[in-house]
Design a protein around this ligand. Sequence first.
Ligand code: ADP
Ligand code: MG
Length: 336
Amino acid sequence: MLRIPKAALVLLLLFLVGCNPDPEAVILLSGNTMGTTYHITLVNPGELRSDELKKDLDFQLEHFNSIASTYIEDSELNKLNRSKVGEWQKVSPPLYAMLNIATEVSWLSGGAFDITVGPLVNLWGFGPDKAHGVPADDAIAAALKNVGYTQLEMDMLEPKVLRRAAVQLDLSAVAKGYGVDAAAVWLESLGVTNYLVEIGGEMRVAGKSPRGDAWRVGVENPDPNATETLPIRLAEIAVATSGDYRNYFEEDGVRYSHTIDPRTGRPITHRLASVTVLDPSCAYADAMATAFSVMGVEHTLEVANRQGIPVYIIEKTDEGFASRHSKAFEPYLKEQ
Ligand code: ADP
Ligand code: MG
C-alpha cells in the first residue's frame, strides 16, 4: 500500500481545494414556472441548503404566477382585467411593479410594446384562448379597438391603477424578467453574492461563475443549422432575448411570430430573428427586447446607439443569418 506522510496529505487536500471548486460550494436549482423552466446556479452559498432554498423558491414562484398569469382564470391580473372600468383598483406590490415597468416601456416605445396587447395575442392563438390560423380582417379591427396603453392610469403613491376603457392587460413580456429580478434580490438578501438566475431564457448574473471568473452566457443562434452560440461575458447584469424562432405558427409559407405589432394588429413580419438586450433590470430588458422586436433592425439600432443601450440582433438575410450590434454591446463581446 502506498503510504503518504500526513503533512503531504494535508498539502494535497489544500491543493485539490484550490484547483477544483468544491462541489458542495455550487448549488443548482431547477424547476417549472410561468409555463416554462427555471435554472439557478449559486456559487459559495455558505450555509444555505439546496432543498430548503428550492422549497422557498417554488412557493414564491407559484404565488407570483397566481398574480401575473393570464392562463390562471382567477389570477390577480385576470381579476383586474374583469374589474369595473373607470374605478381605481388596488393591486398587490408585485403586480403594481410590473404594471409600472410595462406602462413605462409602452410609453417609451411609442406603443411598439403595448401593455394592452392581450386581445390581439389571443386572437392570433398565442394566449390562453386556443385560436388557430390567420384571423379575418374584421376580427383584427375589432380586437384593435380594445388595445391602447394610454387607457391605463397609474397612481404615483399607492399601488392602485385605473382602466379608463375595457383594455386587457398582458404582462407576458415582462413577468419572466420581473421574476428573475425578484429571485435575484431574494438571493442577495440571503447573502448570496455569486449567482445566475434564469427563467425561460431571461437571466441575471452577479459575482463569479463556478470557474471563479466572470459569467459567460451564450446567445442562442436562431439558425437551425448552427451548432454554436455566441458567448458573451457578463458581470452584474441581466440579459433578455426576444425571438421569432421559438413560438410561432406557419401558414402558406409565412411565419407568424408571437410578437404582435400593436399598431397593425398583426405579428411582426420583418427580418429580425432575435434581439438580445442587456440592462441591470431583467424586467426592463425583457420588455425592451419585445419593443425592439416590433421596432425592427434599423430603428432598434438607431435608438440603442442614441441611448447607449447594449443590443445584439440576429437578422435573416438572403444568404442566411447575419448579426449586428449597438456600440454599447461591444465590451461584452471582447476577450472571450
Ligand atoms: P420573447 O422571449 O420572444 O420576448 P416573451 O414570452 O418574453 O417572449 O414575450 C412574448 C409575449 O409577449 C407574447 O406571448 C405576448 O403575450 C406578449 N406580447 C406580444 N407582442 C407584444 C407587444 N407588442 N407588447 C407587449 N407584449 C407583447
Ligand atoms: Mg421576453
